[in-house]
Structures are given as C-alpha cells and as structure tokens.
Design a protein around this ligand. Structure first.
Ligand code: NAP
Length: 252
C-alpha cells in the first residue's frame, strides 16, 4: 500500500532526484516537477516505477505562478498530496556583491523564496485539516550557506536560504494544528550540478576535504533526512532545521 503522494520540485536532478528515487523505493507515489530537463525527469520517474511505485513528471517553472499552478493541476490529477519536498533552487556565478546584477538577484529570489513560498501555499491549501485535508509534511530545502553567509561567493543565494529558515519556523507554527508538519533540511557541500551552475564544478572535490567530515556529501545522504521528515518516524518534529553538512556549519 502506498504511503501517499509526494511532490518534489526540482526532482529531475541532484538532491530532488535522489529524494524521488528513495521515496519510490520506500513506498511513496512520486510526482516529479522539473523546469527544462524532461529526459532527466523521465529517467528518475522510470526508476521510481521500477521500484513498484507510481511516478509522473510535470514541467513547471516554479519561479512563476503559472508554472506552480500547472504543477498542482498535475498533483490534483495524480492523487491526494501528503508530502511536499520544496527543493527547486538555484545560485549563480560566484563573486562578491559588486558583480551582481539586479536581474541575477531577482531571478534567485523569485525561485528560492517567492516560488518556494507559493509552492508551499498550494500544499497547505490541500493538506490543512481546516480545508478538509488529511494533513501532511512539508520539507523545505535550505543550505548551510544560510548560517555561514556565503561571503565572496553568493551572499544573495545565502540570504534566500536564510529566508527559507525563517519561513520554515513561521509556517510550522501557523499550520501545526491543521495536521501539517513543516521542517527543513540544510545541506552542506553536496556533489550535484549546482556547483557547475555557479561556475565552480570542482567545488565538491576542492571544498569537500575541508569539511569536518573530510568530504562532500552525496544527494542520497540528504535524501535520507528528507525521507525521515516525510515519514511518521518524525511525528514529533515540527519547525526543525536539520543540518546534513558533514559538520560544515557547526565550525565556530
Ligand atoms: P541541481 O543538481 O542543480 O538540480 C536543480 C533541480 O532544480 C533540477 O531538477 C532542475 O530542473 C530544478 N530547477 C531549477 N530551476 C527550476 C525552476 N525554475 N522550476 C522548477 N525546477 C527547477 O541542484 P541541487 O544541488 O540538487 O539543489 C537542490 C536544492 O538543494 C536547492 O534548493 C539548493 O539550493 C539546495 N542546496 C544544494 C547544495 C549543494 O551543495 N548541491 C547545498 C545546499 C543546498 P531541470 O533538470 O529541469 O533543470
């Protein structure tokens, strides 16, 4: 029997893809949102189906309301939403603040903050018991950059993740009595395409060994924390922000 329906934004690659595959293997039906890479999304969906769960892909730029609503139309056709992994997020070329254009910062904020908030709004409308829903779990994906600040690399990106931390706490308190548990995961340096997209493809190899644990993390190691927060095993965990960073952000 299925554990329920889970929506993963940005589920075609990286952390979202690992979470999708793991959710399928653990009995969740998975709706995989992506922006551009349909082939990658379909490959993840195939893996989920092979593990015996249902999976579909849906294209939707979750930095836009149209993309978010198209994604939720697919959710409503797919089944009753029980879990949201609010994962889609981007950075941009590393540099100090003087190198940032208005458009760059706006693009990052639109996806990482505005989009994430509106994606969560639609999940709440479907999950909250006051609206006839059955409750559920929302997991926001933050970053250890929220604590560290990302100086000389991406202070704009880091600030968006600080916003996600605050949003997680507020949303958790706002909806806990309606059966929704909101929590977050704060990954450290994880080996995904993210680093190529910010112009430092070798970052996991070079920065990984500087972490307290001595290496970069894998998307699967982050997905494990997401799975726990999605599951009933975390039934008393509300508004928590779980570090999965090999000790990165506890260094004084
Ligand atoms: P990634 O490998 O670059 O994957 C990004 C995913 O997001 C892809 O599936 C991509 O879809 C999707 N996406 C991008 N823009 C989108 C949009 N506008 N609408 C819908 N989907 C969109 O990134 P990742 O490393 O897995 O990052 C996932 C999350 O973890 C992000 O929130 C990131 O900030 C956070 N994080 C990552 C790290 C790290 O070291 N990797 C550390 C801390 C936090 P397409 O395939 O269609 O492009």
């Amino acid at each position: 029997m299925t554990k329920g329906v889970c929506l993963i934004t940005g589920g075609s690659r990286g952390i979202g893809a690992a979470a999708a595959r793991m959710a399928g293997a653990r009995g969740w039906d998975v709706l995989i949102n992506y922006n551009a890479n349909a082939a990658a999304a379909e490959a993840v969906a195939e893996d989920v189906r092979r593990s015996g769960a249902r999976a579909e892909i849906v294209a939707g730029d979750v930095a836009t309301e149209a993309g978010i609503m198209a994604t939720y139309e697919a959710v409503d056709r797919f089944g009753s939403l029980t879990a949201l992994v609010n994962n889609a997020g981007i950075g941009d070329q590393v540099g100090d603040i003087t190198t940032f254009s208005f458009d760059r910062v706006d693009r990052i904020v639109r996806l990482n903050v505005t989009g994430a908030i509106i994606v969560a709004r639609e999940a709440v409308k479907r999950m909250a018991t006051r609206f006839g829903g059955k409750g559920g779990s929302i997991i926001n994906i933050s970053s250890s950059a929220a604590k560290l600040g990302g100086n000389d690399q991406f202070v704009d990106y880091s600030a968006t993740k600080g916003a996600i931390d605050t949003f997680t706490v507020g949303l958790a308190l706002e909806w806990v009595k309606d059966g929704i548990r909101v929590n977050a995961v704060r990954p450290g340096v994880i080996d995904t395409d993210f680093h190529s997209n910010v112009g430092v493809p070798d970052r996991p190899a070079t920065v990984g060994p500087q972490q307290p644990l001595g290496r970069a993390g894998t998307p699967e190691e982050v997905a494990e924390a997401i799975m726990w927060l999605m599951s009933d095993a975390s039934s008393y965990t509300v508004g928590a922000i779980i570090e999965v960073s090999g000790g990165r952000s506890i260094v004084p």
